[in-house]
Design a protein around this ligand. Structure first.
Ligand code: SF4
Length: 225
């Protein structure tokens, strides 16, 4: 490491829903891009390569007029203090940025509206209509003996899903991984997951995805819990 490089700091990857914190970022010389360290992930590496190591000077404006960042923060504080319900829009930041924004939103009663809000609404609408049951990756890693992927493996959006679920790790002596409705190429990938303590199975859809899940729901309804 050259004297101009900054060592990797604690970091939570923002590039997919898995939010990995076992990896980090190496900040190199001014002409270098950011690099992923601590483990491989093609998606994170590709995304980081789009950012240079040199930190750009932050720009700030108030009412269309360029001001210093300190002045902008002062004006923002005044306006937030005078507001009854502010709106924070866009939210183009990373995990650390959102973590910093959250207590500010709570303190000011702000509504947060992320730029890709349409995508977020699908999950919120389902939660509103039917409720939701969820788990954590830690729970899956330490307890799940049957894991069912519905509609394909989510590797394009969550590349380290196998590792984060602990598939192949010894915490659970025997796991069965079922893929219901594979996408092209999924069978070949899943077959590489089979091994000591892991069995795999691929099942086609019965009708469309909705029909299949409804059928599965009916079949398990009478099963002992
Ligand atoms: S799987 Fe890759 S892209 Fe997703 S959070 Fe982990 S390191 Fe980042």
């Amino acid at each position: 490491m050259s004297s101009s490089e900054t060592p990797a700091a604690a970091w939570t990857c923002p590039f997919c829903p898995l939010a990995c914190d076992h990896v980090g970022v190496r900040v190199g010389g001014a002409a270098e891009g950011l690099q992923l360290v601590g483990g491989p992930c093609g998606r994170a590496s590709a995304m980081l390569a789009g950012f240079g190591s040199a930190v750009p000077m932050p720009l700030a404006e108030v009412d269309g007029r360029e001001v210093t960042v300190d002045d902008a923060i002062g004006v923002a504080a005044q306006r937030l203090g005078a507001s009854r319900q502010p709106l924070f829009g866009g939210l183009g930041t990373d995990v650390a940025g959102i973590r910093a924004l959250y207590p500010l939103a709570c303190a000011t009663g702000a509504i947060c509206d992320a730029a890709p809000g349409e995508a977020l609404m699908h999950g919120l609408r389902a939660l509103q209509d039917r409720g939701q049951f969820t788990t954590t990756l830690a729970e899956v890693r330490t307890r799940a003996d049957v894991i069912v992927f519905v509609g394909g493996l989510p590797l394009p959006t969550a590349p380290l899903i196998r590792e984060r679920m602990g598939i192949g790790d010894p915490q659970v002596a025997q796991r069965h991984v079922v893929l219901l409705g594979p996408k092209p190429g999924d069978d070949a990938v899943l077959s590489t997951w089979a091994g000591a303590g892991v069995s795999v199975e691929v099942l086609p859809l019965h009708g469309d995805l909705f029909d299949t899940v409804s059928l599965l729901d009916a079949l398990v309804a009478g099963a002992p819990r």
